[in-house]
Write a protein that binds this ligand. Structure first.
Ligand code: HMG
Ligand code: MG
Length: 285
């Protein structure tokens, strides 16, 4: 039996959050619905964050309420605080994610607080989620490089990741937010993180600015990771990571993993159609 790798599909959230022209709620729902038929088990749909900071996702409630759910899929949303979590519960998110950074500069720009303060903010989210049995993913951004602070120390990534697991996250996704991490830097970072956190609790989240994301996935597989984030059509970016390109394209990741003998459960034909549709949204309104 080929080994199974899980892909967490990012295009509706990370893929669309930085698109400048408005994308209709109907098109966002159509994208999620297409992705729901591709064989993914996890799709990140949107974010409950400040609509002034991320205007493209201001319709998160309507998107979550409008999708047609496939019961094999867990639908996730970003919830940086208790307010976001409470909204997520109202729209029946299956999973939520909190997000911080290994670098102070990005943390401040992205969520307006220090790393330590972010962990304090997350505690009530984790407590509320525990009471309702909602799984909480944690993101650590800037795992090799930060747009504001330069290179990131691997020990810092390990420290923040371990704290997120201690707080109660079921998984930590390690974000190369800028997409500039070289495979040797990713390997060094993973060596530090996996000394503190089991690779079975880690995911790789590689933006593909320098076309190294597949090499970074290879290095991560060697370190024992089995969960990767990617975005159909390669859409994406973060307004607080200037110059960064999208997540690695899901269709490239699936092709790579299948060619390496891994199973993903993804239907390539349906994925390619969804990726075409995702790319068409870049200019659609
Ligand atoms: P804050 O700036 O500390 O201040 O917010 P606040 O709590 O006083 O709220 C500021 C404003 O946001 C207020 O509105 C609140 O009402 C509103 P105003 O008074 O200005 O009209 N607000 C909310 N609105 C809706 N839902 C909420 C909510 N909370 C506050 N839950 C906060 C902190 C995190 C909310 C803010 O800084 C923010 O929204 N930042 C945007 C962060 C973001 O979404 N970034 C992109 C996603 S992260 C990413 O892409 C990286 C990742 O992909 C991994 C990687 O690639 O590395 C995950
Ligand atoms: Mg990202």
């Amino acid at each position: 039996m080929p080994e199974k790798i899980t892909i967490v599909e990012m295009s509706p959230r990370d893929g669309l959050q930085n698109e400048k022209s408005p994308i209709s709620t109907a098109n966002k729902i159509a994208l999620v619905d297409q992705l729901s038929d591709c064989g993914f088990t996890r799709i990140e749909v949107s974010s409950f964050v400040s609509p002034k900071r991320i205007p493209q996702l201001a319709d998160a409630i309507d998107v979550m309420s409008g999708i047609t759910r496939n019961h094999s899929v867990s639908y996730a949303v970003l919830t940086p605080n208790l307010r976001g979590f409470q909204t997520a519960i109202k729209v029946k998110a299956d999973e939520v994610a909190i997000f911080t950074s290994a670098s102070e500069g990005f943390c401040r720009e992205n969520i307006n607080c220090s790393i330590d303060e972010s962990l304090v903010r997350f505690a009530p989210v984790l407590n509320a989620a525990r009471a309702l049995n909602i799984p909480v993913r944690g993101y650590v951004s800037c795992v090799t490089d930060c747009p504001y602070d330069g290179p990131t120390q691997p020990s810092q990534v390990a420290d923040v990741s371990a704290k997120l697991i201690e707080l109660g996250c079921f998984e930590v996704s390690l974000g190369d937010t800028l997409g500039v991490g070289m495979p040797d830097a990713v390997a060094e970072m993973l060596s530090a993180v996996t000394a503190r956190v089991s690779p079975s609790l880690l995911a790789g989240h590689f933006h593909d600015t320098n076309n190294n994301a597949l090499n970074n996935i290879r290095v991560s597989l060697e370190a024992g990771l089995k969960v990767f984030d990617s975005s159909a059509g390669g859409l994406g970016g973060c307004p607080y990571a200037p110059g960064a390109k999208g997540n690695v394209a899901t269709e490239q990741v699936v092709e790579f993993l299948h060619s390496e003998g891994y199973a993903t459960g993804i239907d390539v034909g349906r994925l390619n159609s969804a990726a075409q549709f995702a790319k068409s949204l870049r200019s659609a309104s």
